[in-house]
Design a protein around this ligand. Structure first.
Ligand SMILES: C[C@@](CO)(OP(=O)(O)O)[C@H](O)COP(=O)(O)OP(=O)(O)OC[C@H]1O[C@@H](n2ccc(N)nc2=O)[C@H](O)[C@@H]1O
Ligand SMILES: Nc1ncnc2c1ncn2[C@@H]1O[C@H](COP(=O)(O)OP(=O)(O)O)[C@@H](O)[C@H]1O
Length: 285
């Protein structure tokens, strides 16, 4: 019986969709997208202890509104056990900082961090490509977190092209509403006809989110947060909402805006990162 140490401090950063275009709907109902992902230096944290029985045990500082076996962390760990034949298990402590279902990709990032951390700690030896393919089965956003590089995404979000873009400062506001991704994509009024463009043209044009109009019309809290933020900086929604972000050149400008935020809003200040902190953590092993 071996006694494994706890591996502390695995980051699961949030992402922002700096733009999100909906280009069409496929026959299977999924949507063709063009989107730009960048990480921020704010997110969840996982501590991981390897165990010698196959159980995956998750403990968290918050209650997550899904059955334990549906939690993306548990699903990720079990998918890796299956794919690699690994007989070890894990106890995972999740320090949840990110609002859930907010378009910040917290669940997807937790899943990616679980796959990357356990692949290393269990010594499964899966390649990055294999981990990304495993992650894609858990959610469209998981691969970008596994690869850990800011990226332009196409297809349903799985075709990734790494990018180097400006690392701005952001004020992120998390309106107190839950916007279901599936509801946004199923809504008849969602515009689905943005033309597909080349990345160089997209990078030089004005950035927008095609889901924003629909979501702000349906959720006054999202509209209010955006109306407040846009007075300070260029601002948009991330993913299918509900979170919105304003973009600032300096940390001081972002913090000054944040200091004036009404106490009814919740949010945080963060810096854009082209390289996920998960990669640096992996490099520390
Ligand atoms: C659109 C994005 C942009 O980042 O939104 P957010 O979830 O971050 O807000 C994501 O790609 C979402 O990824 P994720 O949240 O993992 O979505 P999934 O679980 O794979 O899909 C949830 C549901 O959304 C719809 N869906 C999702 C992705 C897509 N390209 N087209 C779709 O139509 C499908 O109905 C699907 O059943
Ligand atoms: N570990 C997890 N963290 C957050 N949400 C999870 C997790 N596991 C499963 N979920 C489910 O996934 C949904 C989407 O979560 P999240 O990735 O935070 O949102 P989004 O994709 O909008 O950014 C949540 O509402 C929750 O029901």
């Amino acid at each position: 019986m071996s006694n494994h140490a706890v591996s502390l401090g695995w980051p699961a950063p949030a992402k922002l969709n700096l733009f999100l275009h909906v280009n069409g709907r496929r026959a299977d109902g999924y949507h063709e997208l063009q989107t730009l992902f960048q990480f921020v230096d704010f997110g969840d944290w996982l501590d991981v202890k390897v165990t010698d029985n196959a159980a995956i045990v998750l403990r968290s500082n918050v209650t997550i509104d899904v059955a334990p076996e549906d939690n993306l962390i548990v699903k990720a760990a079990k998918a890796l056990q299956q794919a690699s034949g690994c007989r070890q298990g894990a106890e995972i402590w999740l320090d949840k900082k990110l609002p859930m279902g907010g378009g910040l990709g917290g669940g997807s990032s937790d899943a990616a961090t679980t796959l990357v951390a356990l692949n290393a700690l269990w010594q499964c030896g899966l390649s990055e490509d294999e981990l990304a393919a495993l992650g894609l089965k858990l959610g469209a956003d998981v691969p970008v977190f596994i690869r850990g590089q800011a990226a332009f995404a196409e297809g349903v979000g799985e075709k990734l092209q790494p990018v180097e873009i400006d690392e701005h400062w952001y004020v992120v506001i998390a309106p107190d509403v839950h916007v279901a991704t599936v509801d946004v994509f199923q809504h008849p009024a969602l515009p689905r006809d943005t033309p597909k463009l080349q990345l160089c043209d997209l990078l030089s044009s004005e950035w927008k989110n095609d889901c924003q109009k629909l979501v702000t019309e349906q959720f006054a809290q999202v509209a209010n947060a955006l109306a407040w933020l846009i007075e300070y900086a260029p601002s948009r929604m991330t993913g299918t909402g509900a979170c919105v972000f304003g973009q600032f050149e300096t940390e001081q400008q972002a913090r000054s805006c944040f200091a004036q935020m009404p106490s009814t809003f919740r949010g945080f200040v963060a810096r854009g990162m082209n390289r996920s902190p998960l990669m640096s953590r992996l490099g520390e092993l």
